[in-house]
Design a protein around this ligand. Sequence first.
Ligand code: HEC
Ligand code: HEC
Length: 356
Amino acid sequence: MRATFFSISLIALVLLYSGLPPASPTPLRISYPAGFGNRISIPADNPTTVEGVALGRMLFYETALSVNDKFSCGSCHQQSRAFTDGKQFSEGVDGVTQPRNTMALVNLLWVRQFFWDGRTRGLEDQVTIPMTGVHEMGQSLERSSGKLRKLKTYAVLFEKAFGSPLINEKRIRQALAQFQRTLVSADSRYDRYLAGTYRPTASELNGTRLFYTNPDPSKGIRGAGCRGCHGGDKTYTEMYHNNGLDTAFADQGRQGITGQPQDAGRFRVVSLRNIALTAPYMHDGRFDSLSQVIDHYNREMIQTPTLSPALRSSNLPGGSSLGLTDREKKDLLAFLHMLTDSTFITNQQFADPFNK
Ligand code: HEC
Ligand code: HEC
């Protein structure tokens, strides 16, 4: 009895002298258009908060997370290019280039399997790969935590985001994931067209129609047949496909993960949002321009056993090309440009906080 009373007064005394417990982080609701659907992934143990996202943004641009203090996520993922860097293959800390083209970071809230081959599930896990990869940022998370502890700014930011000043691997991953979930692009001319607030040009309108139409020469229907894979407001469907690039695969793509022969040369269908800003294109950055991409889909597809059936049949008739006219190619290009979101690439919430 006496002992209990004593310990209660001790707790009260400690509370009195340590001040109020830290305020809990403020929940952040990420807003997006209804057409994107609600199949988002936010793990229960890492809710998005204002303070967590602010910390994640700092970490995204923090060069102390790399072994030579020169690289951050933002080195390869630059906002002005929809978080790509314009290179076919980016160099990491050791000057060695990445085996694949840097991916745009856009609408990751809906993505379930990350990278060109979908090898990682969940953004909290994904972030470990670039941070620790010897040819990327090249530093263990343990060492990163140690370096952040030495920088004055971080203890208070971790405290605001997670309730205590502890800096550890899990929290670094969680904050980065929180920030990346806020990278929503939904204010392009295409979005405004869908919302009824933008009137497309005749060329944009025809390009949209071509994009969404599967061709059928027997009925005189013209189309580019993109919808099966890149259709819908998010401009991708969660699938892996071989889109007819190669006869032999230098990169096995999805097969490297599943070991299944039917996955040879298959890659993730990626979002086309901000596509005009993210050249060069494809997993190996082989095409410099969108015109080259359109020419690829327009010519005869390279026939291999794993070529997507959708592309086999859209190349009409009997395996020949889509036969788009120059006018139609221009219109399709106009549609792809409609997906550029200037609000996204200038949003201060996504910008480098160290550049102010
Ligand atoms: C040296 C350049 C480089 C750096 C630095 C880098 N990345 Fe990447 N990023 C890439 C490349 C290349 C890919 C595609 C890799 C693949 O598919 O195998 C990629 C893919 C991604 C993806 C997958 C996107 C998707 O749709 O699946 C995410 C997310 C990502 N990076 C986030 C980050 C974060 C967070 C950091 C910092 C911790 C970072 N990257 C640092 C080059 C880089
Ligand atoms: C059968 C599914 C499928 C169809 C149909 C399809 N694509 Fe793709 N697309 C893919 C896949 C898979 C990739 C990634 C392939 C790779 O990198 O090896 C891709 C990549 C792209 C890229 C490059 C993306 C980047 O970030 O580098 C563009 C642009 C593109 N497609 C446009 C189109 C257009 C325009 C059409 C219609 C003419 C179309 N696609 C039809 C599956 C498809």
